[in-house]
Design a protein around this ligand. Structure first.
Ligand SMILES: Cc1cc2nc3c(=O)[nH]c(=O)nc-3n(C[C@H](O)[C@H](O)[C@H](O)COP(=O)(O)OP(=O)(O)OC[C@H]3O[C@@H](n4cnc5c(N)ncnc54)[C@H](O)[C@@H]3O)c2cc1C
Ligand code: SF4
Length: 481
């Protein structure tokens, strides 16, 4: 292999940045992984075999130029590596932290298949962009020449922020509306700090504000304006509102005090992390400190709840899931982190009632067994008769997933067409909804998904909105002429 800086995977083992010890990290909300140091990042990048058809890249929703920036990193050309990774993503350091790489790029790396362990792509991506911020290589957002048209973006999550950034660069006046008091969507108020520290998100938002994007925080469409009202103010609209209607459990006692919704719980914790006064922490209703906590669900939200409860000083934390470990939707990496931190997983178990008169005192559960595969291909769980028993609980967190809110009703726009799942119906060639000039992207179109897909949708919808706006400007010119 001579002087070739790459293909070192045979002699050089896979290595991730060290994690802080479980007992040390269970007391704070800081990220659990340390960063690579320069030598380590270069070394790990050099394991890439520079595939002619890079499956890492084809399985990345953004089609990031992974082998190219790995090579530049291995050659010590970090600034160029950053510039290349920045070309396809509006927030590479965020993806580096929270993408489920084991299911995307790293899970499809050929070195993984050959038994050598994938190139640690996410950790290198995080390293090069964090370095870029530190070294001042991240350029300010420079707006393009003003076009005299304005765009309204509803929702400041990764989809909305991505579109806002690209459209501002293209010269539009961009207004972003969000019902929360801070932008970022689930990056800010869903995902906990131990996966994604908040100053990483806030510095991205500050860059957009500095670039002239106008944020209207604590502004809710449906309460502070209708969709039609917004259409009058702007030449085009993007709806990127995510999915926020929590799925519920049908069981006696589910309405008891102490049975709470996952996102209420996580939002309160994230607000406390910002130093905000949180009444639900002051009165203890959304705080796990000193409590026996049961979290119901097996997805990433449930993993975030159990690990938050540990950090708040819960007496015990159990995660209840009706299928087994192999059939859970959440990431195995997160399960391992939670187990290290002291979470007990109670597999093949489902709640049947919530006990307690004034306040929940326990969850009555039944064991489950896996039957025949259902429509989704996964083996359907069914109750195991005679296995009922009660788990002690003073805080129960329901984390069963999310559905879209009723947007046509909420926005006062019955013309907005939705699918049978309640997601917005778009023309897949244009990403436009049934209402002229109103586009949609992210979870509100896909259903609950991933940050990287929201960024991809935000990138794609920019092209369509740009085309629409150019045509609109041309029509205006010809009418005026
Ligand atoms: C707890 C949790 C953990 C997750 N962890 C991960 C992870 O580790 N990795 C990963 O890739 N994905 C993760 N996800 C999924 C990921 O966060 C979402 O797929 C992604 O944020 C969707 O982006 P979005 O821009 O479509 O919507 P969102 O991020 O949901 O942003 C939508 C924004 O719209 C605003 N909004 C909604 N309605 C209105 C209205 N009427 N008026 C004004 N504003 C409105 C909301 O306040 C919000 O700020 C997680 C999700 C949750 C819930
Ligand atoms: S699949 Fe793995 S080895 Fe191949 S280019 Fe991508 S990171 Fe490198």
């Amino acid at each position: 292999m001579g002087d070739n800086p790459m293909l070192k995977f045979v002699g050089l083992g896979q290595s991730y940045p060290d994690k802080r010890a479980a007992d040390a990290r269970a007391d704070d909300f800081l990220e659990i992984s340390r960063s690579f140091i320069l030598d380590k990042a270069e070394e790990q990048a050099s394991r890439c075999s520079q595939c002619g058809v890079p499956y890492c890249s084809t399985h990345c929703p953004l089609h990031n130029h992974i082998p190219d920036w790995l090579r530049l990193t291995a050659e010590g050309r970090l600034r160029e590596a950053y510039e290349l990774s920045n070309l396809t993503s509006t927030m590479p350091e965020i993806c580096g932290r929270i993408c489920p790489q084991d299911r995307l790029c790293e899970g499809n790396c050929v070195i993984e298949f050959s038994g050598h362990g994938a190139v640690t792509i996410g950790s290198v991506e995080k390293y090069i962009t964090d370095t870029a911020w530190k070294e001042g290589w991240v350029e300010p957002l420079v707006p393009g020449a003003a076009r005299g048209q304005s765009v309204g973006v509803i929702g400041a999550g990764p989809a909305g922020l991505t579109t806002a950034e690209y459209l501002r660069v293209a010269g539009y006046e961009v207004h972003v509306y969000d019902r929360h008091d801070r932008a970022g969507g689930l990056l800010t108020y869903g995902i906990p700090g131990f996966k994604l520290e908040k100053d990483v998100v806030m510095r991205r938002i500050q860059r957009l504000k500095d670039g002239g994007i106008i944020f209207h925080e604590s502004f809710e469409i449906g309460r502070d304006a209708t969709l039609d009202g917004l259409r009058e103010r702007h030449d085009a609209i993007l709806i990127a509102t995510g999915v926020y209607k929590p799925r519920d459990i049908k069981a006696p006692g589910v309405g008891a005090a102490g049975v709470v919704k996952a996102l209420d719980y996580l939002t309160a914790s994230n607000k406390a992390g910002f130093g905000d006064a949180v009444p639900e922490h002051a009165d203890g209703s959304l705080l796990a400190t000193g409590k026996h906590v049961v979290v119901i669900g097996g997805g990433d939200t449930a993993m975030d709840c159990v690990r938050t409860a540990i950090r708040q000083g819960a007496k015990s934390v159990k995660c209840l899931y009706r299928r087994d470990r192999d059939n859970m939707p959440g990431s195995q990496r997160e399960v391992a982190n939670a187990e290290e931190e002291g979470v007990e997983f109670v597999w093949l178990t489902a709640p049947i009632a919530f006990e307690g008169t004034e306040h929940v005192t326990g969850v009555k559960v039944t064991k489950m067994r896996l039957g025949q595969p259902d429509a989704s291909g996964r083996r359907a769980p069914e109750p195991d008769p005679g296995s009922e028993h009660t788990l002690e609980a003073d805080l129960v967190i329901k984390a069963l997933g999310y559905d879209p809110e009723d947007l046509p009703k909420l926005f006062g726009s019955e013309d907005l067409s939705v699918t049978r799942w309640g997601t917005l119906r778009v023309d897949h060639k244009t990403m436009m909804t049934s209402v002229d000039g109103v586009f949609a992207a992210g979870d509100i179109v896909r259903g609950a998904s991933l940050v990287v897909w929201a960024i991809r949708d935000g990138r794609d919808v920019t092209e369509h909105m740009h085309k629409y706006l150019k045509a609109k400007a041309k029509t205006r010119e010809s009418v005026a002429a």
